[in-house]
Design a protein around this ligand. Structure first.
Ligand SMILES: Nc1ncnc2c1ncn2[C@@H]1O[C@H](COP(=O)(O)OP(=O)(O)O)[C@@H](O)[C@H]1O
Ligand SMILES: [Mg+2]
Length: 284
């Protein structure tokens, strides 16, 4: 079957209609070919938890590369809703935060990768960091507290579509299982207004005061979680910024490097790296 009209474009792919009631998500040419399969698997796994997620209808080849066929969600993004109706910003910001909380409380699906593995994979490829800094980012990720929640990995108002039956969360490529603070820190970085005169990458078209509203309602919703993280928060932010730097040319590089540079040098991460199985047996 041929793909139809374009329905949207994101940071890694273009989405087209595909027959009746379906869309096909076609990754950009530079995206590694195995990513589509990974996203399809994670999305299907998340859907088994009863979360509002598009159904995965299958995989197809488009231009000789794997692409994912999803159920077509009829609705515009939360971001577009806020732009179209500024008076609804607060309501939609609350809806946005609520959906994130539902995801964190949904339980843990099988078949979704581990957060720390993903962070280490991503930080390994950051060209703006030295070899030592890349190793430090992964080491910090390993020593921060482990958690056991479903994380979306790229939760921003462009990845929530408002259908007639309520919000539907798309774009699960970076879904992992890990500590919820990691996902909240990531979203709070994505929701930060960029320096004046620069267009926000994740909230394009949203006026700055509305960005501030969305971010402050979001942070208020997760204030207890963030407070609990206490003095580990700068380390979480540093790791999150380092991992985001791996996402290619479109990232807000100077802000992210500033967050990385602010990382504490001598923080007590409390969790010592666990000894490997061999050294555990050796000491018995
Ligand atoms: N299941 C779907 N139904 C309708 N539109 C979709 C669907 N999935 C994606 N889209 C549209 O395509 C855009 C990009 O999809 P997304 O999965 O976010 O791609 P990316 O990974 O490139 O960010 C979305 O913002 C939305 O407009
Ligand atoms: Mg997207």
């Amino acid at each position: 079957m041929e793909r139809g009209a374009q329905v949207g474009v994101g940071r890694t792919s273009t989405v087209y209609t595909y027959g009746t009631g379906a869309v096909v998500k076609v990754p950009f040419a530079e995206v590694p070919t195995h990513w589509a399969e990974l996203e399809a698997r994670s999305t299907a796994a998340v859907r088994t938890m009863g979360l509002p997620v598009p159904e995965v209808l299958g995989m197809v080849e488009i231009d000789d590369r794997p692409a994912i066929v999803f159920e077509h969600i009829d609705g515009v993004s939360l971001l577009q809703q806020m732009i179209d109706d500024p008076s609804s910003t607060e309501t939609f910001a609350r809806e946005f935060a609520d959906v994130h909380r539902r995801i964190q409380r949904a339980g843990i699906p099988a078949d979704v990768p581990d957060l720390v593995d993903r962070l280490c994979l991503k930080t390994q490829t950051v060209r703006q960091l030295t070899d030592e800094e890349r190793a430090e980012a992964c080491d910090t990720a390993m020593r921060l507290p482990r958690g056991a929640a479903l994380l979306h990995g790229d939760f921003h108002p462009g990845n929530v579509l408002m259908s007639r039956s309520g919000p539907i969360v798309i774009d699960w490529f970076d879904a992992t299982v890990g500590h919820p603070v990691a996902d909240v820190v990531r979203s709070s970085i994505l929701l930060s207004p960029p320096p004046k005169g620069i267009e926000s990458l994740h909230l394009p078209g949203l006026p700055r005061p509305m960005m501030e509203t969305v971010r402050s309602i979001y942070l208020e919703t997760f204030s207890a979680l963030l407070e609990n993280a206490g003095d580990l928060l700068p380390s979480w932010r540093a790791v999150s910024a380092a991992s985001r730097l791996s996402e290619g040319a479109e990232v807000d590089e100077s802000e992210l490097l500033a967050i990385w540079k602010e990382r504490p040098q001598h923080v007590d991460l409390r969790v010592e790296r666990l000894p490997g199985v061999e050294s555990t047996y050796e000491s018995m």
